[in-house]
Design a protein around this ligand. Structure first.
Ligand code: ADP
Ligand code: ZN
Length: 755
């Protein structure tokens, strides 16, 4: 290092390689003019870029540079915002996902807070503009109430670029209140200004932090074997395991035990789960076992709490991070165990910004940290299953339920109702055998889950007179009728509209709802079983509010609900002892999606929901009504034969060269003007084809299945091949096309969505 500072002495100051948080692929060289200072890698800096200032991160210390360099404008914080292990992970992700390093680094920091270790306040873009306008005498402060002190404060910030709260407090009376007031108006940005975590919030989701930790059960032999295998690998470099355990087989208990072991050795653990908010129970179990040694990172955490949790992890005060996909970047110390629960879940894939896959990044992180990674699922992804077959992961099986009362029984049988044999009226949603099963469960005082993966009342409204369908004005999809809110809602952009009394096209009062959502199921079930206590669990009933979700789940646990109707939210890992019957209403739509993963997803979803039945003392029963009983996802589900399904499906994928036998990259283009998006997509595809040779198959351009979303037309190009480097080169070539100003192009590596 002395050599480096020695050579740079000639330049005076230190050269820094900076990854800016802009959609550019290159990094840039800047100079730190201060003599003898060498900012560590991962430090957040503010640098001039063109005519503006942007945030960036130090990612290298070049010894020399060809051209002239500009000086950094400011340093954020007292230490690196991102430490080296995370920096390494981000570098890998930037290369793998073809994403700008600066943007990956930014997404690796807790949301809403750019810098972890800083104590800085700065003007926002709006704040800067406002101060500049004021200075020019073109004040636009109308509508904003600022006094002289506020203005002085803003001017100070403009001059200093950013200040610490202490410096501000010294300069201005009541600075804290003023900053809050200016922040509300969007004029200043608090990069990091934590008065400590808010004490009030500790929902049931995080469980009671009582020191009385739960007594761990004695592991059954399968659990014990799985645990031993993982434990033996601790501290012996990277090791990958697929914990393939049926629903309720006690996978979580294995994670808990392994993590306890790591903690006993002073090592840290990272646990990723699909949607932490949906599984408050899981967080509660971690809390019960580890108390305050767990940082639960869910999206509902206020930024200050999230930042505080991040800090505690970084300082080593807390050793376990538990959260959804973005927690893969959590600064866990001495990382030794990485767990990805429900590893098959699609929500690990980030669908905008940096489109990373949380599970795949978690595996890479374990690799870099020389840690043990455990991917757990009852229905592993085909990718992970194949990794077992080719020897990349070791599979650990938990073939029985953990609960001793349920362990002796095999998983409940699945009864298939062929809907083609039952003539049912439009309002008769439950076929007679399912109806009877519900009645029986009710009579026995047992609980039922009815699963339909569509919310709302009717999935579309059409006019019986002219056939018109009510569509979203900014997306090319039909609006869903929601009776609860008496609105039509677009499930893709969220637009809500009043239900028109007449058809907008022919003006006749002939509008009718078609198709079924959970709201309609609920109302039909209430009418069929007037004395039953019925509840509905979907995004509409919980409205993103954790306490509502938790209350509802608690009522199901307490057996205050007889019939729970819901979307895939009912499938998520819940452990309701009283549920004996699970009814699946219409898996057909999901089965027939134009997606090569449709069968896999359907099986996974159905097996997950089936897994809610018979977890307690009484045997369960699963009833699926479908128009397509011969579909492989249904056939193998009959006997819960996931392995049979996977082998069958893998053969199909292999013959069609789909993942996991090839890799795919989707290029997604969108813009307001259909013609220019189409032209850009055509040009991009031509660039791709020019590069592709025989190694990469270029499909498209084609209109996306959802042609228009939020007012933007959408086209896709799909690349497929087995040579990853070649595939990336083709994607890069295609993305290098000159785009009209308002057309966007996104590269989606390992795409999970075909829509
Ligand atoms: P999974 O994560 O595979 O769905 P869980 O770990 O949630 O399974 O276990 C299912 C239920 O069985 C939970 O209520 C859990 O407390 C219980 N359980 C787990 N392991 C044991 C065991 N060895 N003995 C008794 N009960 C257990
Ligand atoms: Zn819409």
């Amino acid at each position: 290092m002395t050599a480096a500072s020695g050579t740079s002495a000639a330049v005076s100051g230190t050269l820094l390689q900076v990854a800016v948080t802009l959609p550019v692929d290159e990094t840039f060289t800047y100079r730190d003019p201060r003599p003898g200072v060498r900012l560590p890698l991962g430090t957040e800096v503010i640098v001039p870029f063109g005519s503006r200032q942007v945030t960036g991160f130090v990612v290298g210390h070049p010894e020399a540079t060809a051209g002239s360099v500009r000086d950094i404008a400011d340093v954020v914080g007292d230490g690196p915002a991102i430490e080296e292990p995370i920096l390494d992970l981000c570098r890998w992700a930037a290369g793998y996902y073809l994403a700008p390093l600066g943007e990956v680094l930014r997404s690796a920091l807790p949301r809403g807070e750019r810098a972890v270790a800083s104590r800085r306040i700065r003007l926002t873009e709006a704040g800067r503009r406002l101060v500049d306008l004021e200075a020019e005498g073109r004040s636009h402060m109308a509508g904003i109430t600022l006094d002289a002190e506020d203005r002085a404060l803003l001017a100070r910030l403009r001059a200093a670029r950013s200040l610490s709260p202490t410096a501000l407090a010294r300069a201005t009376a009541g600075a804290t209140a003023r900053m809050a007031h200016l922040g509300k108006r969007g004029l200043v940005e608090i990069i990091d200004w934590v008065a400590g975590p808010s004490k009030s919030r500790k929902g049931a989701g995080e469980g009671k932090t009582s020191a009385a930790s739960s007594e761990p059960p004695v592991l059954n032999p399968h659990q014990q074997a799985a645990f031993e295998a993982c434990r033996a690998a601790l501290g012996k470099g990277y090791n990958g395991f697929l914990l393939h355990g049926i629903t309720g087989s006690g996978k979580t208990e294995v994670y808990l035990r392994l993590i306890a072991e790591a903690r006993a050795q002073g090592k840290g653990a990272l646990v990723l789960v699909p949607e932490i908010a949906l599984t408050p129970q899981l967080a509660a179990r971690f809390r019960a076992r580890f108390g305050d040694d767990v940082a639960v990172l869910h999206s509902a955490l206020p930024p200050a709490d999230r930042l505080a949790a991040w800090r505690r992890l970084r300082s080593g005060e807390v050793g376990i991070a538990l959260g959804a996909r973005s927690a893969v970047f959590a600064p866990v110390r001495a990382l030794a165990v990485v767990v990805v629960d429900e590893e098959h879940d699609g929500s690990f894939k980030q669908e905008d910004g940096v489109r990373y896959h949380g599970r795949d990044l978690a595996v890479m992180r374990a690799h870099q940290a020389k840690a043990v990674v455990v991917l757990g699922s009852a229905t592993p992804s085909l990718e992970s299953f194949r990794n077992v077959l080719v020897g990349r992961f070791r599979r650990l099986l938990l073939p029985t339920r953990a609960n001793p009362a349920a362990a002796a029984r095999p998983l409940p049988p699945v009864e298939i109702i062929d809907l083609r044999r039952h003539l049912m009226g439009p309002d008769q949603l439950l076929a007679p055998p399912l109806l009877e099963a519900v009645a029986q469960a009710l009579a026995a005082g047992e609980q039922t889950i009815l699963f339909l993966n569509r919310r709302g009342f009717s999935t579309l409204m059409h006019c019986q007179a002219c056939g018109a369908v009510l569509r979203c004005s900014s997306c090319d999809v039909s609006m869903t009728l929601h009776r609860g809110r008496e609105k039509l809602i677009c499930h893709y952009c969220g637009r809500a509209a009043a239900i028109p009394p007449r058809c907008p096209a022919c003006k006749q009062a002939a509008l009718q709802g078609l198709g079924t959502g959970t709201e309609r199921v609920e109302s039909v079930v209430r009418a069929l079983f007037p004395s039953a206590r019925v509840a509905r669990l979907d995004r509409d009933t919980t409205d993103g509010q954790r306490d509502r979700l938790e209350k509802l789940l608690a009522r199901v646990h307490e057996r205050e609900i007889d019939i729970l109707v819901g979307t895939q939210m009912v499938t998520k890992g819940h452990d309701f002892g009283g549920v004996t019957l699970v009814g699946v209403l219409q898996p057909d739509q999901g089965m027939h999606l134009p997606d090569f993963r449709a069968a896999e997803r359907t099986f996974q979803l159905l097996e997950q929901v089936a897994g809610r039945a018979g977890r307690g003392d009484r045997p369960g029963r699963i009833v699926v009504q479908t128009f397509c009983p011969e579909h492989p996802a249904i056939q193998f589900l009959r006997t819960h034969d996931y392995e049979g399904f996977v082998r069958d499906e893998l053969a199909r994928r292999e013959s069609a060269s789909y993942p996991p036998f090839s890799r795919m990259i989707a290029l997604r283009l969108d813009g307001r003007d259909e013609a220019s998006v189409c032209a850009a997509a055509t040009a991009a595809a031509a660039h791709a084809r020019a590069q592709a040779g025989t190694a990469v198959l270029v499909l498209g351009p084609a209109e996306a299945p959802i042609r228009r979303l939020r007012g933007r037309s959408r086209y896709q190009i799909w690349l497929r091949g087995t040579d990853r480097a070649k595939l990336l080169a083709v994607a890069r070539a295609a993305a290098g096309v000159t785009l009209p100003r308002e057309v966007r192009l996104a590269i989606d590596v390992d795409p999970q969505s075909v829509l």
